[in-house]
Design a protein around this ligand. Structure first.
Ligand SMILES: NC(=O)c1ccc[n+]([C@@H]2O[C@H](COP(=O)([O-])OP(=O)(O)OC[C@H]3O[C@@H](n4cnc5c(N)ncnc54)[C@H](OP(=O)(O)O)[C@@H]3O)[C@@H](O)[C@H]2O)c1
Length: 268
């Protein structure tokens, strides 16, 4: 990653912070984007104190025009060699209980914002000798989960876009990577979701482990990366025999309902 400049969205979050550290430690200059200035200022200061090169861009991806975000990110160091679309939101609960605003935000942040940012950055990235686009998806972007219906759908769309774009850009300098974490211990998961993950025995990763897999995907030019062994297998099984997976997930969906109700009560 030496002499490469990488834009990381969602850098104030759990996985984004870990990505900033991993890529900076691998020698990259990092441009860190998020809405909250305080954690980003602290992160940039820490990275610089450790001898890394880091700059920040404070922007809300829902209200800042993608061309402005792209321009600020490129101007931070003068050029960019890659973008990691990591910013994301998750609204847990039964679909019938989800507000129209939460549904719209899910698709706007998880799907539309990364696509529009990529479109704004592509002319620049295509002028580089080698460039990388990483879209952080989810295992739920291949296995559609009850109580995460819109979140799953937003990540299915991001995965589909990543695959199409990879085919469109094949043979050129820009590589497209899709990385799908499983449950990771960060603030995106509410207390109710965290309790549910423990109660249902979901496999859990640290943000640092996810960041290392993202770095490995870029270094090894991996197209798709799914984290976790049983999850990798279930992704394939769901693609070939979705009706077989139905049974297990309908059962799990029933176990999730009390946690969804608790989450709804806590957020009201
Ligand atoms: N944690 C998991 O279990 C898990 C599993 C699979 C996939 N993922 C994916 O991993 C990615 C990172 O999630 P995380 O776990 O690190 O969550 P997180 O700690 O909640 O971080 C989310 C990040 O997204 C940013 N963000 C949200 N809305 C934004 C907006 N409108 N404009 C700009 N930035 C915005 C937040 O920035 P501010 O706080 O500064 O607004 C924050 O930096 C997401 O795409 C998520 O879907 C997570």
């Amino acid at each position: 990653m030496k002499d490469k400049t990488i834009l990381i969205t969602g850098a104030s979050g759990g996985i984004g912070r870990a990505l900033a550290r991993s890529f900076a430690s691998a020698g990259a200059r990092v441009v860190l984007l998020g809405r909250q200035s305080r954690p980003l200022i602290e992160l940039v200061a820490t990275l610089r104190a450790e001898g890394h090169e880091a700059r920040l861009v404070i922007a809300d991806l829902l209200t800042t025009p993608p061309a402005d975000v792209a321009c600020k990110a490129i101007n931070a160091f003068g050029s960019l060699d890659g973008v990691i679309n990591c910013a994301g939101v998750q609204h847990f609960g039964l679909s019938a209980d989800q507000s129209a605003a939460a549904t719209a935000e899910t698709f706007a942040v998880n799907t539309v914002a990364p696509i529009q940012l990529i479109q704004a950055l592509l002319p620049h990235l295509q002028g580089r000798s080698e460039a990388h686009i990483v879209n952080v998806g989810s295992i739920f972007g291949s296995i559609a989960f009850p109580c995460f219906a819109t979140y799953s759908a937003s990540k299915f769309a991001l995965r589909g876009y990543s695959e199409a774009l990879r085919r469109e850009l094949a043979g050129g300098p820009v590589q497209v990577h899709y990385v799908a974490p499983r449950y990771t211990r960060t603030a995106i998961n509410s207390e109710a979701v965290a309790h549910m993950a423990d109660a249902l025995g979901m496999h859990q990763d640290s943000p640092e482990a996810v960041a290392e897999q993202v770095l490995a995907a870029v270094l090894h030019k991996a197209a798709d990366t799914y984290l976790g062994w049983p999850e990798k297998l279930f992704v394939r099984l769901n693609a070939i025999l979705p009706r077989l997976v139905d049974r297990a997930l309908i059962r799990q969906g029933r176990q999730m309902r009390p946690f969804a109700r608790r989450h709804l009560a806590e957020s009201n």
